[in-house]
Design a protein around this ligand. Structure first.
Ligand SMILES: NC(=O)c1ccc[n+]([C@@H]2O[C@H](COP(=O)([O-])OP(=O)(O)OC[C@H]3O[C@@H](n4cnc5c(N)ncnc54)[C@H](O)[C@@H]3O)[C@@H](O)[C@H]2O)c1
Length: 373
């Protein structure tokens, strides 16, 4: 237990966590760190941080401001390095997705996080999709057996972000290298994270096969417009992940489905604007029938922390409340000395399959074993 937690925000995206940190008693944002001067000032002002506590250099910020925790929202290729530096200094780290961009980085991050844990210092992956109200409700229904034994699920991340691949002067951004500068499911955790958790808190992908459509809309980049990652889980389930950051589409969309022996859930999509569930006649569900029903008829299954006094504040924060709960649950766990909800093992369970998929797609879709790190 500790009374206070001083947090530093790193990279402008970490501003998404301000609402969740501000709603957690004992948390104070003590510094911000941003390379870009105008983004730094905007972030500092939003976070209520004085001019002296606004840094451009990460190492200097850590040494001068000595935060208890960092929230990292910088480009993907900096995630592992910045997390490792913080953890090595005894500073808790909350880091945006994905956890790392190579398998080797995953190994170093894992060993550093395991060493830090010996002195109570924690790492958490900021996978906000795992905190979306709808997906938390599906997880609660799955864990209480309402869908029966799960054996199939799907997750899709369809988001035309071509405008983020190049700067105004035409030079490539970090996304052009780390998200679409190679083939494979390079940004799969938003889809895989929540889906994997429905299969249980220790579920993991055992093998991955990855296939792509080829390049259609931006011949300047090698990334397939759509790619599919087929995952066989160690506990027997089959999961299909689709990643598409290139295709011409009207708006960003995430889609999910799960099938069990007793029931099924399908997220809203396109012309079907409401999430639905169906529980079969043998399901332990008095509302069972042969018709789809609204997922929201089962809201009583939501965990208490999501329906309590912070619910309103969470709803008005970003990504359907996901950003709020990421920050709040991280800070709350550190203050209470309890395990964070997405620790290093889950972070790697979400991240490593995507990295292995890069080799699979290059090998023509060959199924490859996902190492346990
Ligand atoms: N979870 C989500 O829903 C979600 C949404 C958007 C972005 N992201 C993640 O957030 C991260 C940032 O994405 P973005 O869209 O904000 O990228 P961006 O390119 O718009 O911004 C990155 C920022 O990091 C700053 N930066 C770069 N190096 C830095 C350093 N060493 N120290 C401090 N600041 C540094 C840059 O100046 C820039 O302002 C990525 O990992 C991305 O995947 C997650």
């Amino acid at each position: 237990m500790r009374e206070t937690l001083g947090v530093a925000l790193v990279g402008k995206r970490a501003g998404a966590f301000i609402a969740g940190f501000s709603a957690t008693p004992g948390v104070r944002i003590v510094a911000v760190c941003e390379r870009d001067a105008s983004a730094r000032d905007a972030l500092g002002t939003r976070a209520g941080v004085s001019a002296e506590a606004r840094y451009s250099d990460y190492g200097r910020m850590l040494a001068d401001a000595r935060p208890d925790a960092v929230a990292i929202g910088t480009p993907m290729d900096l995630h592992a390095e910045q997390s490792i530096i913080a953890l090595g200094m005894g500073i808790h780290a909350l880091c945006e997705v994905t956890a790392a961009v190579t398998i080797n980085e995953c190994r170093v991050l894992a060993s550093t996080a395991q060493r830090a844990a010996l002195s109570g210092v924690q790492y958490m992956l900021a996978e906000n999709a795992c905190f979306r109200r709808e997906l938390v409700l599906v997880r609660a229904l799955a864990s209480s057996g309402r869908f029966g034994r799960l054996y199939y699920a799907e997750g899709e991340y369809l988001h035309d972000v071509k405008h983020l691949h190049r700067n105004a002067d035409g030079t490539p951004t970090w996304r052009a290298t780390w998200q679409v500068g190679k083939r494979g499911a390079t940004y799969a955790t938003h889809s895989l994270g929540p889906v994997l958790d429905w299969f249980g808190p220790d579920s993991r992908v055992e093998t991955v096969a990855c296939h792509g459509t080829g390049v259609w809309t931006d011949p300047g980049l090698p990334h397939d417009d759509s790619c599919l990652m087929i995952c066989n889980l160690a506990n027997g389930g089959l999961v299909r992940i689709r990643l598409d950051m290139m295709s011409n589409r009207p708006e960003g969309a995430s889609w999910y489905q799960v099938q069990g022996t007793l029931g099924v859930y399908e997220a809203a999509r396109g012309s079907a604007p409401h999430p639905v569930v169906w529980f079969g006649e043998n399901a332990p569900d008095p509302k069972g029938s042969r018709r789809w029903g609204s997922l929201w008829d089962h809201e009583e299954a939501l965990p208490g922390w999501m329906t309590g006094p912070l619910a309103q504040a969470a709803t008005s924060a970003g990504h359907g409340g996901g950003d709020f709960w990421v920050a709040h649950t991280f800070a709350d766990a550190i203050l209470k000395g309890t395990p964070v909800p997405i620790g290093i093992d889950r972070a790697l369970a979400y991240t490593v399959p995507g990295l292995v998929s890069e080799a699979s797609i290059e090998a023509g879709g060959t199924p490859l074993r996902v190492p346990v790190i």
